[in-house]
Design a protein around this ligand. Structure first.
Ligand code: 13P
Length: 250
């Protein structure tokens, strides 16, 4: 059985004070991590203090991106070694906003996934098609390429630990969520691609999240699908009550 994983992606929202207050409020109220993994991916600035607040509770803290190099002349970037040193055990990698606005490619995503494993960070690797690609029936091919390139060079043991987030770009922040059946179909394709790259057993172990306008009102329809093992949630993860309802659904 795959353990559900519910992750919030705060994007560039909240102040430090709000972030710490959020953790104070949720830390005692999320479900047991033995049953559901709950993660808040927050701006890097707040991670240390949020992690300290979350200490020994069932909610974890994650980054929204990281560089693939340990350190060096990369102005403004976040070192995976520094994340590891702070005890941050998750990072989103290759979110569509990073791909679109910050020039991330399947190649850099792959390097980051490898870097995450070097630093004991679980990668939440994003994939998903644009509206144009969907309308021209390219969803399967786009996602296949993202998975093949993103997983390149990973051992089966590493592949099993990747969390894939399938986020159709047209469903992000638009209120237009994908139907649960359509999302499941693409998540099934993702699992199939992983089975082709490795084997059935590896593919069955990988957790696949759906993301795109997920909220407490619709999360159950996604989690009821065979190939959807959790959600990556933007807007609805910013409020404690909604976040707790989402975690509870997991
Ligand atoms: P929304 O839940 O706000 O649509 O954002 C989805 C997302 O991009 C999560 O990474």
């Amino acid at each position: 059985m795959r353990k559900p994983i519910i992750a919030g992606n705060w994007k560039m929202n909240k102040t430090h004070q709000e972030a710490v207050a959020f953790m104070e409020e949720v830390r005692g109220n999320v479900p047991s991590k033995n049953e559901v993994e709950t993660v808040v991916c927050a701006p890097a600035l707040f991670l240390k203090d949020m992690h300290d607040k979350a200490e020994s509770s069932d909610v974890a803290v994650g980054a929204q991106t990281m560089h693939f190099e340990e350190g060096g002349a990369f102005t403004g970037e976040i070192s995976p070694a520094a994340l590891q040193d702070m005890g941050i055990a998750y990072s989103i990698i290759g979110h569509s906003e990073r791909r679109e606005m910050f020039n991330e490619t399947d190649e850099s995503v792959n390097k980051k996934v490898h870097a995450a494993f070097r630093h004991e960070i679980t990668p939440i690797m994003c994939c998903g098609e644009t509206l144009e690609e969907r309308e021209s029936s390219q969803t399967e091919q786009v996602v296949r390429t993202q998975i093949e390139k993103g997983f390149a060079g990973l051992s089966a043991e590493q592949a099993k630990q990747v969390v894939v987030a399938y986020e159709p770009i047209w469903a992000i922040g638009t209120g237009k969520s994908s139907s649960a059946e359509d999302a499941n179909e693409t998540c099934q394709t993702i699992r199939q691609v992983i089975a082709e790259l490795y084997d059935e057993q590896t593919a069955e172990a990988v957790r696949i999240q759906y993301g795109g306008s997920v909220k407490p009102e619709n999360i159950n329809s996604y989690l009821a699908q065979e190939h959807i093992d959790g959600a990556l949630v933007g807007g609805a993860s910013l409020k404690t009550d909604a976040f707790l309802q989402l975690a509870e659904a997991g």
